[in-house]
Design a protein. Sequence first.
Length: 501
Amino acid sequence: MKIKLRYILIIVFFGVILAVTISNYTYSRKIIQEKYDLQKTHIEKALTEELIFINTSTKILETQLNDEMKNISYELIDKYIKNPQIMSWDLESIKEKFQNYEIYIINEGLQIIRSTFKEDLGLDFSKYPAFSRLLRSRLEGDEFSADRMDISITTKALRKYSYMPTPDNKYLLELSIDISKRYPDFQKMDILSKVNTLKEEYDIVENISIYKFNEDGSRIGIIKTEELEDGLDTNISVDKQEIIREALNENTKKTTEIVAQNKRNYIFTYIPILNYLDNQEFDWWNSYIIEMIYNDIPLNHQLSELRNRFISNLVILSFIFILFSLVIFRLFNKTENMAYYDHLTGLPNRKLFEKVFMEKINNADKNGNLLGVMFMDLDHFKDVNDKYGHEIGDDLLIAVSQKIKNNLKKDDFVARLGGDEFTIILDNIEKKKDLEYISKRLITLFDEPLSIHKNKIKANLSIGVSVYPDSGDNIKDLLRKSDQAMYAAKNSKTSYRLDIE
């Protein structure tokens, strides 16, 4: 008990010594981290706000384009009704008439069989399951439909597409327009332009990539910022695809840390930019996952320097702690003796007795054992003081306390309550009969007189015993009943009595 309390006090003392240093270290680390995080937040916010602005702006433009494309589509349907020989149409003249809209003819096999946009001629949409299902439903329907503006996979130009089935559902008439050519200001409002701007402006940005996916997320591709023939690269690792899908499905930002072979640290952050249609249906075609890659070396370098300073200070403080540890032990011993121990016999006092009793109750409840509480005093102790003096009386109390303590089990606990009164907690009692045996054994210890300063003094004990939980469930009741049993034993001259008899 003493050793445990000493270590607790040492830890507290050492904690106080370290408090200021740890506080400064934590605060400095927090400032460094917050500065780094604030820059990342600013970058991500700038990109997100730009995308929201682009999305809002495009919605306004799309309302206008939807009306235009719908009107053109109905004119094309009128033309088809008059001339269903669609392969004979002069698509270039039609394109010129309709403000340079690109025109596509898609057959029942979902192939582009005619187009003013030569790059897409022969494109087979049946190879793309999710998109082919959408086109098939449009081909077999009877309504005009339009996609939102999107970055073209093949040219990376910002385009818009619309679809209108012919009355006989043999063909799907598709229109598209290059937004960048029709509205040059939109050239400044595309995602890739913002990506390049952020990469040039912030050194912390290692790279930014934009990912797109199909309706069910089964196909994920990265939109390349470099000038490539194919602007969408689907060669993505399985692990990266998994975290992209998590960001998509949970609609939350995901962050991972990767240490490269050259020990450069990178933070990968995946930000979902998801759009929804007016009917709240997920607009997967115009949604993205933004991959932000941050170089973490400056942050870790600063944190490493700070940590080294902290360790140096910790070594110094530890040295100081060792020098003063002996002083702490001395102070603790003095304080402990005053608070919990009887100054005469060195036994625990009532305060420590009650504290230990609560601990032993918990153990007894857990193990299903009984606890015995013994209350004892010395018969005719006042006569000893009157005959031999208080100094002899005090020495007798010391001798009695030591003899009792030395003849108890390790788990038993003896304390002096005051005067000639002692109390014992008997732990792990299995049978009440054991209490009678212990009482007899303690009384037998003092059959022979004690030698106190060459005086032979007979010390007779009277013992009262109460049992937890039969006699009570708290220390007050158990002490009271054991005290009553002790006086009953003294009055009946039987030396001991159990409260439960």
